[in-house]
Design a protein. Structure first.
Length: 119
């Protein structure tokens, strides 16, 4: 049991590092040229987080990464202005640390984003 918990701690640490990398990428998209150049990197970074979380059954992280992917894709080149990325990134931190990996936990995290978007 302890070994399984230690392994999940390593996975969560790796997800945290990948999320920090995504935050750095996003912060570097302040100019239009940089935003275009790094759009693929941002998409790949989100996908990598989603895939790693899926591999280890971390459903809240998977669902939130999927929602972020959709939000970024819908906004296209306008994402700096209209996609509330900071909200998604903050909630991804919470999802990574979430001890539950079920549908209810996923729904709660997604709902917390929805509530803040409507506020």
């Amino acid at each position: 049991m302890r070994e399984e918990r230690d392994a999940m701690m390593l996975v969560r640490a790796e997800l945290g590092e990948r999320l920090a990398g995504l935050e750095r990428l996003w912060a570097g998209t302040s100019t239009r040229a940089t935003a275009r150049a790094s759009a693929r990197d941002i998409a790949a970074s989100i996908s990598a987080i989603r895939n790693l979380a899926a591999t280890y059954g971390l459903l809240p992280t998977v669902r939130l990464a999927e929602a972020l992917e959709r939000a970024v894709a819908q906004d296209g080149n306008r994402r700096r202005a209209s996609c509330p990325t900071a909200l998604y990134l903050d909630r991804l931190h919470d999802a990574i640390d979430c001890s539950r990996s079920d549908d209810q936990a996923s729904e709660a995290i997604i709902a917390s984003v929805s509530v803040r978007l409507d506020a």
